[in-house]
Design a protein around this ligand. Structure first.
Ligand code: GLC
Length: 572
């Protein structure tokens, strides 16, 4: 246990401003009971691993009762744990045990929609048109003769249409209902007071059980224009009928008040996908959310100019509202970094995901290592998606008959879907599921590819050059060195001939972070190497930072000789 673990979770009301938050996709993390699906028992077994990795909090993707039509983002009961994952008592134990190890818990709240199996939706279907039960959703008569046409042509985030027609009890075609995602995820009507009351109550339910915060799913989508217009060709700010409506902020002000009502205030983290940085920042005003995921940074290609611009626009957007930035390399929805950075087009965009994209995994892995140092050195909080610390690649050859993700099916099979980043983790070299579950247990819900054992925790734990060892060092240094809480500034003296088109260079107090995306450059004189993502090279004039490598350096105190060790991952 780290020396100061006992104090890490004591009342520091600003812990979230620079926390390291590890995302657990419960279904794929560890299977305690051997049924092939990850569960809370599995997470509890591996809490010491997360403590040793050096994380401050865990964000759990939904663990609630769910038909799992969208991996749990179709919630049937927000106050029950799905039996595949465990029980409410286990969740309470897990929150408490994590806390004892210095790790806070963030739960995922899905407010835009519920599962079609949720009691509200079931009673709305039963109660029929015009009933108060239907007012909690977006039921609407169709257009055209016989109401055969859907009320709008809004396009789903999962492709396809957003309305499904119901059938009346007498078998005739009935009203339509809105679902921005799958038909199994009907959208709630946030103009309805029951919906608002219920969610504030759900927040209290989890906060009362020790959750330190919530991640808010699809946070910009909740409010709809009740007149149901079509989406304009070029909607101006606040003009889109179902994205980022101005009225939405009132909801989060209410949630912030709930969060602030606790002695140790709880934290709101938003999933806000908005290209407009100023509109994005509005969610982070002091009486709304604390932080939101920085998808702009996550989606950027491996290109110094582009990354630099993302960092700068991120900091510029956050400054006026006083909220810290977040730095995100991936999550359960996007292509794993070692795969993405190994591609010719290394930007991330949902519409361009395709089977069979050529990938140079060695280059991708090298860049993902450098990206770990880059993201961890930036000011704000840091997210690590499970398995990225092991350098897991996207699994791109899952047999078609095991694919589970609705994104795949709704694209007509063109989009591979998101299962490739959700393959169960390897904990041990051998064993029937590489330690994901007990040996001899059921097969993991998605098959693990050949070679998975070489990427396991066991294989990497004692290997100095592994991705896991790198992550442990990165997080330990970031945690232990006060420079990483210091001011950020771009460094104006770039090494050698490098320009800002090739090298990202910035300081946090007296630590200099260099990320080289071009040919090797000489290291600047007068610095010690704290950590590097790959071996340094020896050039004519001394140590050089090779291509696709990042290093953390500290200015050498006057009168001391510099130590530019050439081996990767130097730790002092
Ligand atoms: C969010 C989640 C994603 C889910 C969607 C619908 O984007 O991250 O996994 O499918 O919302 O709830």
């Amino acid at each position: 246990m780290r020396e100061d673990d006992s104090t890490r979770t004591t009342a520091d009301p600003t812990w979230w401003r620079d926390a390291v938050i590890y995302q657990v996709y419960v279904r794929s993390f560890a299977d305690g009971d051997g049924d092939g699906t990850g569960d809370l028992a599995g997470v509890r077994q591996h809490l010491p691993y997360l403590r040793d990795l050096g994380v401050d909090a865990i964000w759990f993707t939904p663990w609630y009762l769910s038909p799992l039509a969208d991996g749990g983002y179709d919630v049937a009961d927000y106050r029950e744990i799905d039996p595949q994952f465990g029980t409410l008592t286990e969740a309470e134990q897990l929150i408490a045990e994590a806390r004892d190890l210095g790790i806070r818990t963030i739960v995922d709240v899905v407010p835009n929609h519920v599962s079609a199996a949720h009691r509200w939706f079931q009673s709305a279907l039963d109660a029929g048109p015009g009933s108060p039960e239907r007012e909690r959703f977006w039921f609407h008569p169709g257009k055209g003769p016989g109401g055969d046409e859907m009320p709008t042509h809004w396009v789903s985030d999962f492709q396809g249409t957003t309305w499904t027609r119901t059938t009346n009890p007498d078998g005739t075609p009935g009203e339509w209902y809105l679902h921005l995602f799958t038909p199994e995820q009907p959208d709630l009507n946030w103009n309805h007071p029951d919906v608002r009351r219920e969610h504030e109550d759900i927040l209290r339910f989890w906060f009362d059980r020790g959750a330190a915060g919530i991640r808010i799913d699809s946070a910009a989508l909740l409010v709809k224009d009740a007149t149901l217009p079509e989406v304009p060709a070029h909607p101006g700010p606040g003009e889109h009928p179902h994205v980022d409506r101005d009225e939405i902020h009132d909801i989060y002000r209410g949630w912030r008040a709930v969060a602030e009502s606790y002695d140790e205030p709880r934290v709101l983290v938003g999933e806000v996908w908005l290209a407009d940085r100023a509109r994005f920042a509005q969610y982070l005003r002091p009486d709304e959310m604390h932080t939101a995921f920085n998808f702009d940074f996550m989606a950027r290609p491996w290109d110094a100019k582009s990354l630099r611009e993302s960092v700068q626009t991120t900091l510029d957007a956050h400054a006026p509202v006083g909220a810290p930035a977040t730095w995100v390399l991936s999550n359960h929805d996007v292509t794993r970094p070692v795969t993405r950075y190994g591609r010719e087009d290394s930007a991330f965009a949902f519409p361009t995901k395709r089977f069979g994209t050529p990938t140079d995994l060695a280059a991708g892995r090298r860049r993902a290592r450098a990206a770990a140092l880059l993201s961890a050195a930036l000011p704000g909080s840091l997210y690590v998606y499970q398995g990225d610390e092991l350098g897991l690649p996207e699994v791109e050859d899952l047999p078609l008959d095991v694919i589970n993700d609705p994104m795949h099916f709704r694209s007509g099979g063109v989009d591979p879907g998101r299962d490739g980043c959700r393959v169960p983790l390897p904990w041990t070299r051998g064993g029937s599921s590489h330690g994901f579950g007990p040996d001899g247990g059921a097969h993991p819900w998605l098959p693990q590819p050949a070679g998975w054992g070489d990427l396991s925790v066991e294989a990497q734990a004692d290997d100095d050059a592994s991705m896991l060892s790198l992550y442990r060092r990165v997080l330990a240094l970031r945690h232990g060195d006060p420079a990483f809480r210091g001011d950020f500034a771009w460094a104006d003296v770039l090494p050698g001939e490098a320009t800002s088109d090739q090298v990202l260079a910035f300081t946090r107090d007296d630590v200099l972070c260099l990320v080289n995306l071009g040919p090797a450059v000489p290291l600047p004189a007068g610095y010690d190497v704290l950590l590097a993502s790959a071996d340094l090279e020896q050039g004519a004039a001394g140590a050089e930072l090779p291509t696709d490598t990042a290093a953390w350096l500290r200015r050498t105190p006057p009168g001391h000789a510099t130590t530019t060790a050439s081996r990767c991952c130097t730790r002092r």
